[in-house]
Design a protein around this ligand. Structure first.
Ligand code: KIV
Length: 273
């Protein structure tokens, strides 16, 4: 029998997440949607890489995350997986792949794990999907929860605005977080909620919270790679720190290429065989 199981494990595992929370070490997570980007993200020292269903927006150009399919998520995740050596790979379960029926949800999660090489799946929702999460976890699949702004429910929420405002909403979010932890989630994303609430939830949980637009009290942070590299000029929500202006960098480079091709400057003699 082969004994190389541990050789195949990433250096960062869900157990590492638990240790990082215990040690007060922040978790750095970022999305990636292709092999080349995944390699760069991994080599930069990211703890976890998310193939999020925001791919529906930033890869496919849809206005919501709803249209992306399980097959499309698996394709993107398998490309990303080949670029990773260290980071934990988490893959979003897309809209329609888990909401209806626990058996369907388990089958979808199994497909993601088998066909993409992911180490965990992420699911949006609270107490109402705790049973589904328990079922997936009991099959040996780590699950990351996702509360607050849950973009798959945009038609119900009616806004991409801040969630969890007011006592009742804050109390519900806290109860949801505890239910997800109880169901077996190894971590929970908190998206676009007040910083004070995110801090309170993070203190109440044993598992780490990963914030996006949820302030500095979370155990880790996640951003969408195209957004934090400044590729989407028009997207500048308050929570987003842009670490580069790739839109300008890419536009200048591409314009220079067009100009060089049209003038005949490219390719030069030294760039030809
Ligand atoms: O799909 C995604 O990019 C996400 C992050 C915003 C957490 O779910």
């Amino acid at each position: 029998m082969s004994t190389n199981t541990t050789d195949n494990l990433r250096k960062v595992t869900t157990r590492t997440f638990a240790e990082m929370k215990k040690n007060g070490e922040k978790i750095a997570m970022l999305t990636a949607y292709d092999y080349t980007t995944a390699r760069i993200v991994d080599q930069a020292g990211m703890d976890a890489v998310l193939v999020g269903d925001s791919a529906a927006n930033v890869v496919c150009g849809h206005s919501t995350t709803l249209p992306i399919t399980l097959d499309q998520m698996i394709f993107l995740a398998s490309c990303v997986n080949r670029g990773l050596e260290r980071a934990l790979l988490v893959v979003d379960m897309p809209f329609g792949s888990y909401q209806g029926d626990e058996k369907v949800a388990l089958a979808s999660a199994i497909r993601i794990m088998k066909e993409s090489g992911a180490a965990a799946v992420k699911i949006e929702g609270g107490e109402e999907i705790a049973g589904t999460i328990g079922r997936i976890v009991s099959a040996g699949i780590p699950v990351m929860g996702h509360l607050g702004l849950t973009p798959q429910s945009i038609n119900q929420l009616g806004t991409y605005g801040v969630q969890g405002k007011g006592d009742a909403a804050a109390e519900k979010l806290m109860m949801d977080a505890l239910a997800l932890q109880q169901a077996g989630c190894f971590a929970i994303v908190l998206e676009k909620i007040p910083a004070a609430l995110a801090t309170k939830v993070s203190h109440a949980l044993d598992v780490p919270t990963i914030g996006i637009g949820a302030g500095n009290g979370c155990d880790g942070q996640v951003l969408v790679v195209q957004d934090m590299l400044g590729m989407n000029k028009g997207f500048s929500p308050k929570f987003l720190r842009k670490y580069a202006d790739l839109n300008n960098v890419m536009t200048s480079a591409l314009q220079a290429y067009v100009s060089d091709v049209k003038s005949g400057d490219f390719p030069s003699v030294s760039e030809a065989y």
